[in-house]
Design a protein around this ligand. Structure first.
Ligand code: ATP
Length: 232
């Protein structure tokens, strides 16, 4: 089953006097389990595309399907459900609650689930230890380094148990060592079956993905597929 399917998707911003076409008739299928990097110059439409795929915005024309389900005409509550449970997001500037603890941030996706306090704590510990930061459990986010904050953001994405993880410039605020560590974490999650879609300006970051989409002026100009090396 495709994770994402876009058919003739366009996005036009502004009104009739001042229109700007940010996406121009995009057709794209991302299968479950793929690791895709979207690259392209500033203003080429990468974030607009990600926002539509993640149900944070709707197309002006065309259709977006997530896990085989069209998002056209869905009620706000249904879109919220998709954003909470089917997809998750990692952002360049983390989008964490700075004055709250790591535990509070990681357990945010549990808010609407029937779980005991004990269960929440155990699950949070499990995800934090997966990312090697279980010792940060009680720390306030504002006291963490950039690399630590981004790991907390990934732990929160895992806590949502979403199949699809979108990451918009996730290494943009990290040094190269932490950027590599972060991309290795995303590779491991992809190896475990998560579908990962990353926006990046950085070709080294994009090299971790096994498919690269190049964007220019609202179109996908090149789609570099996974090259499967056959054993001799
Ligand atoms: N709300 C909006 N209203 C009008 N124009 C917008 C809006 N959001 C984005 N745009 C325009 O749409 C185009 C695509 O923007 P988008 O943010 O998707 O590009 P991007 O490739 O992600 O850029 P960057 O790499 O700089 O983040 C840009 O020209 C931008 O100015």
């Amino acid at each position: 089953m495709p994770a994402i399917e876009l058919t003739n998707v366009s996005k036009v911003y502004g009104n009739h006097k001042n229109k700007f076409t940010a996406l121009n008739n995009i057709n794209l299928t991302v299968e479950l389990g793929e690791f895709v990097a979207i690259v392209g110059p500033s203003g080429s439409g990468k974030t607009t595309l990600l926002n539509i795929m993640g149900c944070m915005d709707s197309p002006t024309r065309g259709e977006c399907k997530i896990m085989d389900r069209s998002t056209t005409g869905l009620k706000d509550s249904q879109l919220i459900h998709i954003r909470n449970r089917v997809v998750s997001f990692i952002f360049q500037h983390y989008a964490l609650l700075n004055n709250y603890s790591v535990y509070d941030n990681v357990t945010l996706p549990f808010a609407e689930r029937k779980m005991s306090k004990h269960e929440k704590k155990e699950k949070a510990k499990q995800y934090l230890s997966k990312l090697g930061i279980e010792d940060l459990f009680h720390k306030k986010v504002k006291n963490l380094s950039g690399g630590q904050k981004q790991r907390v953001a990934i732990a929160r994405a895992l806590a949502s148990e979403a199949e699809i993880i979108f990451a918009d410039e996730p290494t943009g605020a990290l040094d190269s060592t932490n950027a590599d560590k972060l991309m290795e974490i995303l590779c491991n999650l992809n190896n475990e079956g998560k579908t990962i879609i990353v926006i990046t300006h950085d070709s080294h970051v994009a090299s971790y993905a096994n498919r690269k989409l190049f964007m220019k002026d609202g179109s996908i100009t090149f789609d570099e597929p996974l090259i499967v090396q056959k054993e001799a």
